[in-house]
Design a protein around this ligand. Structure first.
Ligand code: NAD
Ligand code: FES
Length: 294
């Protein structure tokens, strides 16, 4: 059992939990995810890691209840436990493997949207620990939905923008990127994590601005094991699976329209059957280790 050491609410319908999971905490890196299961009958839910403390042996997760399982998670309190907490899974963020000295020369822009703000945090924190101070934009619909502002301020140069202008800058994250560039900022790379529609439009803009961009395709994952086929996507001319090959990809190569259409189709039994028929043997990614039958 994996004990919830602390549970709180970051905003309306956004929950944070600190879990006692020393083995995951020892090995995880920014960009990776875990699979959590509440009990024997529970669904396997993949969630991106939002923070880790190797000394205390803890992992922090942040989630927005959407389906039945995450609604159940939201009812858990400090002292309760999850039955399974498996990870770390997926590939770490690309920069974790880069030479630190060359990373220090780069101007990196993080773009975090809504609940997607949470998985950006371990990335900016890790970079700060290596002596790299990045710029980050947090975008939220309104003031009440801005999360982790204090935590971000400690580890990066932060810009906050709200769609309705109720707090700090006004407008969507794309407006803020354009404003920063117009103010004279230059970036070598952008990392965008948030709703699919946000990542699509950030990539459209950064392509025009000539800024290479990484995105996290975590939102299309379902079982997180390479078995269900939900997270199939096209990256350039290749078929990839977010849970096995990602979750992070070159955003300028991702076919967002196809990924969003598949995500909708995957919600119904009829849609899943149709996808299976259309995609045949390439429908799923395999066992999650070997890359499967692609
Ligand atoms: P939201 O709808 O409140 O959007 C957050 C911000 O994204 C907005 O404030 C805006 O600045 C920007 N945005 C939205 N639409 C845009 C557009 N068309 N053009 C430019 N910018 C746009 O976000 P939310 O309701 O908190 O998001 C929930 C979603 O986040 C879920 O669908 C979940 O799957 C996703 N999510 C993604 C990740 C990931 O790894 N990519 C992680 C956690 C959550
Ligand atoms: Fe099921 Fe990737 S989430 S195959």
């Amino acid at each position: 059992m994996y004990k919830i050491l602390h549970a709180d609410k970051l905003a309306a319908n956004i929950y944070r939990m600190v879990i006692d999971a020393p083995r995951v905490a020892k090995h995880c890196l920014p960009g990776q995810f875990i699979i959590v299961k509440i009990d024997e009958e529970g669904e396997r839910i993949p969630l991106t890691i939002c923070d880790y403390d190797r000394e205390k042996g803890t992992i922090t997760i942040v989630f927005q209840p959407i389906g039945a399982s995450t609604q159940q998670f939201a009812k858990l309190q400090t002292g309760d436990s999850f039955m399974d907490f498996v990870g770390p899974l997926g590939k770490p963020s690309e920069f974790c493997e880069e030479d630190i000295e060359s990373l220090k020369q780069k101007k990196i822009l993080f773009v975090a949207g809504g609940v997607g703000t949470a998985p950006v945090y371990p990335q900016v924190k890790w970079l700060k620990e290596q002596g790299v101070v990045a710029d980050a934009i947090i975008g939220a619909k309104n003031k009440d939905l801005v999360i982790l502002e204090k935590e971000f301020e400690e580890v990066c140069n932060l810009y906050v923008t709200t769609d309705d202008g109720s707090y700090k800058r006004k407008g969507m994250v794309t407006q803020c990127i354009q404003d920063l560039v117009d103010e004279g900022k230059k970036y070598d790379v952008c990392v965008a994590i948030g709703p699919m529609i946000m990542m699509k439009f950030v990539c459209k803009l950064t392509k025009e601005l000539g800024i290479p961009t990484i995105v996290s395709m975590n939102p299309i994952m379902v079982d997180g094991t390479g078995m269900c086929g939900a997270c199939r996507l096209t990256v350039g001319d290749e078929v990839k699976f977010a849970c096995v090959d990602g979750p992070e990809f070159d955003g300028h190569l991702v076919d967002f329209d196809q990924a969003m259409k598949r995500q909708q189709m995957y919600k119904t039994e009829e849609g899943r059957a149709l996808l299976k028929l259309q995609e045949g043997d390439t429908h799923h990614g395999g066992c999650g280790n070997c890359g499967g039958d692609k």
